[in-house]
Design a protein around this ligand. Sequence first.
Ligand SMILES: NC(=O)C1=CN([C@@H]2O[C@H](COP(=O)(O)OP(=O)(O)OC[C@H]3O[C@@H](n4cnc5c(N)ncnc54)[C@H](OP(=O)(O)O)[C@@H]3O)[C@@H](O)[C@H]2O)C=CC1
Ligand SMILES: O=CC(=O)O
Length: 326
Amino acid sequence: MTRKNILVFRELPDDQLARLQAVHEVTVADPRSQRAAFDAALPLAHGLIGSSFPVDDALLARAPRLEVVSSVSVGVDNYALASLHARGILLCHTPGVLDETVADTVFALLMATSRRVVELSNLVRDGAWTKNIGEDLFGFDVHGKTLGLLGFGRIGQAIARRAALGFGMPVLYHARRPVDLAAQAPELQGRAVHTPLAELLAGADFVVAMLPLSDSTRGMIDASFFAAMKPGAVFINGGRGATVQEDALLAALDHGTLRAAGLDVFATEPLPAASPLRTHPRVTPLPHIGSATHETRHAMAELATTNLLQALAGERPAAVFDTASA
Ligand SMILES: NC(=O)C1=CN([C@@H]2O[C@H](COP(=O)(O)OP(=O)(O)OC[C@H]3O[C@@H](n4cnc5c(N)ncnc54)[C@H](OP(=O)(O)O)[C@@H]3O)[C@@H](O)[C@H]2O)C=CC1
Ligand SMILES: O=CC(=O)O
């Protein structure tokens, strides 16, 4: 087989890099820190692999030989989908291998916000645990409360399983189409119910957004959304930051009835130092760590590498994103 040129734009584990180097010519160059090397390799590249960097129209215009882009992520909002589709460039991603880990992270945020884990841990660290804590520092139960899920795909369903089967939580979910639970998630039959958004927001004690970022979801979590939430409810975002209007979220915390927010994702990442979300007392912020365990990040890199090798060999990769659907 002809050796092709691969440009790795975000570090890969050594064993996956070795799989690529065994078959192809590989350049590793992070466009943020090794711009000149990246720019030199891009026009020759047949395949790109990496994550967390915008592969936009301008970048694609400088990559005339490109056949495949393999993202080490499930979300594809960093990619110029229309141009990829128009040029017939395959886009691969990593669905499925991170679902359980991301669902764990979302549950960590549910627990942290409702039981005030970070705040009370800091109280101990600060030497302020001088007597039994009083009601002013009590939390709220998670078990038995109602969970409202926005997005009920692979990860949403993994969150719903934890909530319904582990925590006895009724689950209301919102997606554009109801899911055939008998076929896709029989264990959630009778436990998760497709619900109109207004009804979900009025009934849920925890609202978890697990949405992709697209034209239809950008900014959809706005002031009217927060105003429609049950008083005292908690908001968690594990999907993409730009689905939320962050000013509206802050207003709901400061002037509305939102109890707390747990956020793994932000409209701008890393979160700017000046963002009030960084230090708000009722916000638990995380640095986009949904899938960040050793096991899962390795599984993502392995799937992305397999996708790329398959595509460059002229085979149908294991996980192709349908750019025509965007
Ligand atoms: N924090 C992190 O580290 C991570 C974040 N993510 C994010 O989570 C997203 C979801 O991943 P995954 O579960 O695998 O994706 P899926 O494609 O399996 O699920 C997406 C869900 O969102 C629903 N949805 C899409 N558009 C809308 C809309 N306009 N209104 C209501 N529901 C909508 C879909 O249903 P329907 O099409 O019927 O509307 C579906 O239920 C990723 O795209 C990524 O952005 C993923 C991994 C890690
Ligand atoms: O945000 C992470 C992803 O895999 O998408």
